[in-house]
Design a protein around this ligand. Structure first.
Ligand code: PLP
Length: 455
């Protein structure tokens, strides 16, 4: 395929016509963005021929890597057979059914929450909107309509729709558009580096941080709380990895008050943490699991909610018609690509790879960054990594305000052929799960180069 483009022309059209998401439009004025034209394996190329190691898997989604002909073939074949049909009016399609059954077979059994059902959407944001609708419907059907409040966490990311952004805990997003919508409230995130007390161990902090949920439930009134939503590891907030004690304590609290637990696994599912689902990594039992992104390795837009039996039973047996759904719920092409993608992941044992030897090598190499003078702490969980940049390592003095240190570091990465993302003073990665030892070594060389240039 010809990928030669007139860069100046594309950039001027870009700046003239394309309003990019999460972008200061002025930044691209008259200049346009870097044009990415092709990709293969773990690399992408720009229109000027520069090769870039993509350690963000696009946007946390290309878990199986780029250039998978099987996925293109699956899409082509499905488009020629049945490109679209809706699933609203008592019709269905083969790939949507097969993928739902496949997901049910992959999700580990968690007692009365076992996952036998899937509700489809096209994105993580839409899926979280569906969660809000389903959770409130569930409590209505159980005769507890006052249970409307959903508790989330500061700095969480749950999407960009009105409900998704409200569930999220990003103050910048709340400031635009009069958010959050009613009956959504937030607690502090389990960020030990920031919120741990002097002398407090990470494990002690994990229990204390989970305790903020109980405090919030009591403040709201336990009979008014519908659900708690959280990412297993907070991703877009800067890869905040909870201490090992956090999730067991959260489980104890949601069980004590009988509230539903939503695990937003838009990033953490499909091998990212070394398991099919993120809740397996931490051993908790959600009622609803949000998925998107890597279900198709990003090759087609597809999202959804795995609905545990506790909720599904009520919706199915007592619910009547559920007045909610999307034109593209169960899109046959997206689902065919999802199935083919899961087949690749199973065949190549990608979750097991992350759980096993290559994951251990990734963790070991990334941990070496703890010795760099600019790094406060560097941590990984499966194939996500985060580090915090500090001014003074001994005193853990952070960069603050407008110094833009993360963006400076990100710029050095990008210039030298590495995609690493900046979130304030944190640098984060989520590489494709197909990374080899040699790719990891190259990633580390480029990270060190960027850190040295940032100092
Ligand atoms: N939930 C989480 C945890 C996410 O990380 C994201 C996106 O990054 C979303 C939801 C929103 O997904 P989408 O951008 O597909 O709407």
């Amino acid at each position: 395929m010809n990928t030669v483009v007139d860069t100046a022309l594309i950039q001027s059209l870009d700046s003239a016509h394309f309003l990019h998401p999460f972008t200061d439009f002025k930044d691209l004025n008259g200049r346009g963005a870097r044009v990415i034209t092709r990709a293969e394996g773990v690399y992408v190329w720009d229109s000027e021929g520069h090769r870039i190691l993509d350690c963000m898997s696009g946007l946390w989604c290309v878990n199986a890597g780029y250039g998978r002909k099987e996925l293109a073939d699956a899409a082509h074949q499905q488009m020629m057979t049945l490109p679209y049909y809706n699933s609203f009016f008592q019709t269905t399609n083969v790939p949507a059914v097969q993928l739902a059954a496949k997901l049910a077979s992959l999700a580990p059994d968690v007692g009365d929450r076992s996952f036998q059902h899937v509700f489809y959407s096209s994105s993580g944001s839409e899926s979280n909107d569906s969660n809000v609708r389903m959770v409130r419907r569930y409590w209505d059907l159980l005769g507890q309509p006052q249970r409307k409040v959903i508790i989330s966490r500061n700095n969480a990311y749950h999407g960009s729709t009105m409900a998704g952004a409200s569930l999220g805990g990003m103050s910048g997003m709340h400031a635009q558009g009069d958010l959050p919508i009613p009956n959504i409230t937030h607690i502090e995130q389990p960020y030990y580096f920031e919120n741990g007390l002097p002398g407090e161990t990470a494990e002690e902090f994990g229990v204390r941080a989970a305790g903020w949920l109980e405090e919030k439930i009591l403040a709201v009134g336990p009979d008014k709380v519908a659900a708690f939503i959280a990412e297993p590891v907070q991703g877009a907030g800067g890869v905040i990895i909870p201490p090992s004690t956090y999730w067991p304590e959260i489980q104890r609290i949601v069980d004590k008050y009988g509230i539903l637990l939503i695990s937003d696994e838009v990033i953490c599912a499909f091998g990212r943490l070394g398991h099919w689902f993120g809740y397996e990594k931490f051993g908790y039992k959600p009622d609803l699991v949000t998925f998107a992104k890597a279900i198709t390795s990003g090759y087609m837009p597809l999202g959804g909610v795995m609905v545990g039996n506790r909720v599904a039973k009520v919706l199915i047996e007592q619910g009547g018609e559920f007045n909610h759904g999307y034109t593209y719920s169960g899109h046959p092409v997206a689902c065919a690509v999802g199935l083919a993608n899961l087949e690749i992941m199973e065949r190549e044992q990608l979750p097991q790879k992350v759980h096993g030897e290559i994951g251990a090598y990734f963790a070991q190499r990334y941990a070496e960054l703890n010795d760099h003078p600019l790094v406060g702490v560097a941590e990984t969980c499966g194939f996500v990594g985060g580090l915090v940049l500090v001014k003074d390592k001994a005193r853990k003095t952070r960069f603050h305000g407008d110094d833009g240190v993360g963006m400076i570091c990100r710029g050095h990465c990008f210039q030298n052929g590495l995609i690493m993302r900046a979130v304030g003073d944190r640098m984060i990665i989520a590489p494709p799960l197909i990374m080899t030892r040699a790719d990891i070594d190259e990633m580390m060389r480029l990270i060190y180069l960027a850190l040295d240039l940032t100092q």
